[in-house]
Design a protein around this ligand. Structure first.
Ligand SMILES: *[C@@H]1O[C@H](CO)[C@@H](O)[C@H](O)[C@H]1NC(C)=O
Ligand SMILES: *[C@@H]1O[C@H](CO)[C@@H](O)[C@H](O)[C@H]1NC(C)=O
Ligand SMILES: *[C@@H]1O[C@H](CO)[C@@H](O)[C@H](O)[C@H]1NC(C)=O
Ligand SMILES: CC(=O)N[C@H]1CO[C@H](CO)[C@@H](O)[C@@H]1O
Length: 531
């Protein structure tokens, strides 16, 4: 009898999966009709300044080969040309930036500070960067995509922004996010929707989606994102750029809105660099990381790729209600294995962690807080609360200030396990086991490679029908490991694909070395308009 029940459950599960697969195919077809492929292309990059890495620009500015003013104007022109199409940058401070560029050039022209000292203390002197509209820049909007916060002007810089200013970098503007940074498409009722530079009918990802598209389209020299479930890595994946979620607590989360509720959430959240060139990841991380962690991270220590042990898994095995990994993304793994073997005589080992199949429930359970504000309170900007049912009704009439996804997230808050109940404890201990197993496997000299996401960028709004696909990135947050997205070319639809690489906490330097290695081997970022 018991056997029959479990058989029945298995059949039911298979049936639901099949149904889900059919619905997914239908939805994708339907959306391909709604969002007819827009054949228009982004204007190509004609200004060579936009092709340089941030580190190269810094070197050229420092040595007088270029002025900061010239570099700044190149990015401003590019924003003016391209941003009306993709809506990545949502606030700017061009005039203040111009003044700051002028004083950077002045410092260099006077030659009062020796070159080596400049390089060490002001490594990004005169280089313009962007952050997302939830990591504040003084005197710019700090809305996190929430209409209630539309008039909130930040009175101070986030610590990472202050550190970058200290290093000579120039804040240029803010980029778009999802409402309260809780979804993987960047669209909200403050700044509208961002569009993918490779195909305007596709999403840019979220929550650092404006930053992902801003980097892909070369609107700033580098960017900063934040990531608690994949918010740096998903947009980096959908837009074909590099993105690094650092080891827990290495980079201050100060200023980020909304703030994490629990210490656990604070550990899952990471602020980190997003950029077109892998060589920029380490110097940016060095600037924004907490000084007291730099020694532990040994970011300057050279990494010998031949001594790194590689492990990989092509998919999450058997997850429920998550799309299968696209063949073209699976095909990246044999390519990586062949390359590592040919170039370095390394034999990468395929592994199969079954618990990855539970990534979504694991993430939701481990994100639970025992007390504190609910998402519906956050949507009221922590000033009272909202009624999600009333808001949903208003939404259907086009009268709500909130996005459908944010309201659905409120309702989902109630589902699943409760903090401390037996399901919750089970999922927490399953997470702990998975973490121990992975860390045992990779040790101090290993990395683990895994898809960043199962499919290339879906159409706008399509993520509503794939709510759990973010679990490929989310699982790494709750494991507390550093994770880097590495772009690896385009799929048959001309959309970016790639993989993420993780290492033991504080071994960020291994992830970043693999990013540089794979960029050399597979090409890294490809400018959108050449395809
Ligand atoms: C803006 O938001 C911050 C929290 O991020 C809050 O402390 C501050 O009071 C808000 N200011 C205004 C004017 O709403
Ligand atoms: C840096 O780390 C130390 C020790 O963990 C902590 O006390 C300090 O607040 C951190 N600083 C920042 C800016 O996060
Ligand atoms: C996402 O989810 C949908 C539905 O669960 C699934 O069909 C799809 O393959 C998943 N993967 C991606 C990359 O979208
Ligand atoms: C297309 C779109 O909605 N653009 C908006 C982007 O954000 C700025 C600042 O909030 C708005 O002024 C634009 O209308």
């Amino acid at each position: 009898m018991e056997k029959n029940t479990s058989n029945f459950q298995r059949y039911l599960k298979q049936f639901i999966k099949l149904l889900f697969g059919l619905v997914e195919c239908f939805v994708h077809w339907l959306f391909s009709k709604i969002y007819r492929k827009d054949e228009s292309k982004l204007p190509p990059i004609e200004d060579f300044i936009l092709m340089d890495s941030a580190s190269t620009l810094a070197m050229k500015i420092r040595t007088g080969k270029l002025t900061s003013e010239k570099v700044l104007e190149s990015f401003i022109d590019r924003i003016k040309q391209v941003n009306p199409i993709i809506n990545s940058v949502v606030a700017t401070r061009f005039d203040e930036a111009r003044k700051e560029a002028k004083s950077a050039d002045e410092i260099i022209r006077t030659g009062l500070i020796p070159l080596e000292k400049l390089e060490k203390e002001k490594p990004f002197l005169g280089v313009p960067f962007t952050t997302k509209d939830c990591i504040p820049i003084k005197d710019l909007i700090h809305s996190s995509g929430l209409v209630h916060r539309r008039n909130n002007i930040s009175e101070e810089d986030a610590k990472v922004v202050a550190s970058l200013r200290n290093a000579g970098a120039i804040p240029l503007g803010l980029t778009n996010v999802s409402e309260l940074c809780m979804w993987w498409e960047s669209s909200n009722n403050v700044h509208g929707r961002s569009r993918n530079p490779y195909d305007f009918s596709r999403i840019v990802g979220g929550s650092s989606g404006g930053e992902g598209s801003c980097q892909a389209a070369a609107l700033s020299a580098f960017g900063i994102g934040s990531d608690i479930g994949g918010s740096i890595r998903m947009p980096s994946f959908f837009n074909g750029v590099f993105g690094h979620k650092p080891s827990p607590l290495t980079v201050p989360n100060h200023g980020q809105y909304p703030q994490p509720i629990t210490e656990e959430q604070n550990i899952f959240l990471g602020i980190g660099p997003m950029c077109r060139r892998a060589e920029d990841l380490t110097p940016i991380l060095k600037v924004i990381a907490n000084k007291s962690h730099l020694e532990m991270m040994r970011l300057d220590e050279p990494v010998d790729i031949q001594k790194v042990r590689f492990f990989y898994q092509e998919s999450d095995t058997d997850s429920f209600l998550v799309s299968p990994v696209a063949q073209e993304i699976k095909d990246l793994f044999p390519k990586i294995c062949i390359y590592l073997n040919k170039a370095h005589g390394i034999k990468a080992s395929k592994v199969s962690f079954k618990s990855f199949g539970k990534s979504a429930p694991l993430w939701f359970a481990n994100m639970k807080a025992p007390s504190g504000p609910k998402f519906k309170d956050q949507l009221a900007n922590l000033d009272g609360t909202i009624n999600p049912y009333v808001e949903l009704l208003k939404w259907t009439l086009g009268m709500s200030q909130h996005t459908f996804v944010a309201l659905a997230t409120c309702l989902a808050d109630k589902t699943g396990c409760k903090y401390g109940d037996s399901d919750h404890q089970k999922l927490v201990s399953m997470r702990n086991d998975l973490k121990n197993d992975i860390l045992d496997l990779i040790g101090d000299d290993g990395v683990f490679i895994y898809p960043t996401h199962p499919t290339s960028a879906p159409y706008h709004n399509e993520p509503i029908f794939k709510p759990f696909n973010f679990s490929y990135t989310g699982i790494m947050n709750i494991l507390g490991v550093p994770a880097t997205h590495i772009p690896m070319g385009l799929d048959k639809n001309g959309l970016p694909i790639g993989v993420q690489v993780i290492a033991k906490p504080n071994n960020d330097r291994l992830c970043l070395a693999v990013a540089r290695e794979f960029e050399k081997a597979f090409g890294g970022w490809e400018p959108p308009s050449t395809v």
